[in-house]
Design a protein around this ligand. Sequence first.
Ligand SMILES: Cc1ncc(COP(=O)(O)O)c(C=O)c1O
Length: 447
Amino acid sequence: MSLTAPHLVTEIPGPKSKALFAKEQEHLAPGLQGFALSSGIAVERAQGSVIEDVDGNRFVDLIGGIGVNALGHCHPAYTRAMHAQLDKATVGSFTSAPRAQLMHEVAEVAPKGVDRLQLYSGGAEAVESAFRLAKNYTGKHEVVGFWGGFHGKTMGTLSVNAAGNAKTYGPVPPGHKLMFANCYRCPLKLEYPTCGIACADVAAEQLRQSTTGSVAAVIMEPLQGTAGNVIPPPEFMQRAQGIAKEHGALFIADEMITGFGRTGRWFASERSGVTPDLITLGKAFGGGFPISGVLAKQEIAQAKPWSNPSGSSSSYGGNPLAATAALASIQTLKAENILANVRTVGAAMLAEIKTWKETIRWVGDARGEGLFLAVELVADRKTKEPLAKKVCDEIFQECLKRGLLSMSYAPAIRLQPALTIDQQTALTGLGLLREAIAAVAHRHGAG
Ligand SMILES: Cc1ncc(COP(=O)(O)O)c(C=O)c1O
């Protein structure tokens, strides 16, 4: 039986959700993802882009695990493969048939020549490994990121994190953060394309001024997720790669969110015609299973000691179950031509959210590429002052009441549903989001 949404049978959260949430809260440390805490729901089961809570309420899921849920919840091909592997072998780093096949499936879609893959469990772990490899290969030690960039919460990644709490942890490894092309909020107050991507000139100069002459790597999200699904002009990535070249550093594309079809291409670097030296993979890669990876050019992957036995390994990386998850995920993306769905449904969603500007005063910008979209809410279109967080929280609650899970608790509402979402479910979800924004705007006299 296929689950449909919205379908609401209790107040949200319902009594069973409340009881489970309270039980967990007795010992759960604070700091869980905001939307899980604010929703207060406990999940019973999920299918495709629908989540059912323990009270029987069903929600359209436009969060998609923040880009993790590539195939939709519990895709039959995925669960079949996982069930079968669970009964065979799950632990250890010996070669397995799924892992051997996975290497080939990834190489088939990766940028030409970037086809040496090492596997890990979490995104930040893969970024750390990419930094270690870059340091080994170049013999240098500085790393460089961009304003708004997010690459994880570990000590090494904090040195290039412009989003998050890096400043509260004291000294972190040496890192630089350069100006990024956030065109809606252009730091230079210019307009694309007449700007000539001036922000890239500033970024290049920033690094010249601040480096000690030992840059190992420049890392960039081709499209920035955590910053609010920000989409730079394609040329910006070419310029960023130029900065890496100028300093004899490796160029890393962090495709954790944008890889494996999110933008309608296998990797978002393709939109810029850029072949990175290293690519970090995660999230959608395992279709929900915690598996991540570093893809490297052949020659770079030989750098020592990264390439020595046990030099780049980890306890769980590429175990037979993780490899099966990633294999099932990539094979299903290919077999069901899911990238075509991303392009079609993404275009329909973009067309819909672009109309909101006409009727909702708070909508400052609506943008998207494939199923990577954002609606940016502002208190004032002229000043672009972001809508207050507590007003966004009201929108989130209004969405919940209507049977929608979305990232509407922040002024830049990020939309990245499962890559398999069908057009009707996607537009139903957007309809609920629009209603919720309009209801809160009306309450605040902005309707
Ligand atoms: C671009 C990017 N890189 C790295 C990470 C870190 O991944 P993880 O949370 O699995 O450590 C994230 C997480 O959101 C991300 O968006």
